[in-house]
Design a protein. Structure first.
Length: 266
């Protein structure tokens, strides 16, 4: 609910193991937005001063107060979709609105039925694509399709402070950042989901620590950096993403995708 204090709301995300939740406005009796890890990052980046100063806005502000301050004149209504809409409509909405999660809301009851994400769409494609005519582009390589970002890649060093990493998330609007060592090799990935560990560990008052130190407190098992190659097909990459169910990166990357995919020639 939007009258919850910001800190309690993010603790609720951590406790329930979710990355986002619909916001219910009791006055309007309707869902008015989504609370996501991106909001947590924006609050930390906007109000953090030093390890010696408590983030009052995180401790005391209500969600509705944060929304009023942060959104101001840029307020946009909740982007959602009907359960009767096509998957194409859903994908188009995700792309058009530049969002990662799309609530599926019953138009009659107003209840949120599901949250549609990129990962769920990819999983559907992997499970059911054999039942449909395979699009030609699925057999094309990443190099042929030119999918990904190949210049000005957002990344951090192993020694980069968490606060600086948060600023990069805010500026570049990416889901994850490759962590690069002194030789330019990708040795880890710092994702938005890793940031929520600051709430779980209650260490958000000290953002001067390095991302490497912050990653030592990962709440989930990390199998290492997953790679993909320019010569591999889109279908191969989709299968790998679904099977791994992680944000990925690669050593010595030539480029990176919006979901923190990294690729290099091989």
């Amino acid at each position: 609910m939007s009258i919850l204090k910001v800190k309690k709301a993010f603790f609720a995300l951590v406790t329930n193991g979710v990355r986002a939740a619909p916001l219910w406005d009791s006055k309007k009796q309707s869902f008015v937005g989504m609370l996501t890890i991106t909001d947590f990052i924006n609050i930390l980046h906007r109000y953090y001063k030093s390890a010696l100063v408590q983030i009052y806005e995180l401790e005391e502000h209500k969600i509705e107060t944060w929304r009023e301050v942060y959104l101001q004149d840029s307020f946009k209504p909740l982007v959602c979709i009907s359960p009767n809409a096509s998957l194409f409509d859903a994908v188009s909405s995700l792309i058009r609105n530049k969002i990662h999660r799309l609530p599926v809301i019953d138009p009659e009851s107003g209840n949120t039925l599901y949250i549609l994400t990129h990962k769920r769409i990819l999983k559907f494609l992997k499970l059911f694509i054999t039942e449909f005519p395979k699009p030609e582009f699925m057999s094309k390589s990443l190099e042929e399709l030119q999918i990904g970002t190949y210049a000005n890649i957002a990344m951090v060093r192993t020694t980069t402070p968490v606060y600086v990493a948060l600023g990069i998330f805010v500026q570049h609007r990416v889901s994850a950042l490759p962590v690069v060592d002194e030789k330019g090799r990708v040795v880890d990935i710092y994702s938005k989901f890793d940031v929520i560990n600051l709430a779980a560990e209650k260490t958000y008052n000290n953002l001067d620590v390095s991302v490497t130190k912050a990653l030592q407190h990962r709440s989930h098992y990390f199998e290492g950096v997953l790679k993909c190659y320019l010569h591999e097909t889109l279908e191969t990459i989709i299968n790998r993403l679904v099977e791994a169910e992680v944000c990925t990166g690669a050593s010595n990357p030539e480029g990176a995708g919006g979901a923190a995919l990294g690729w290099h020639s091989g």
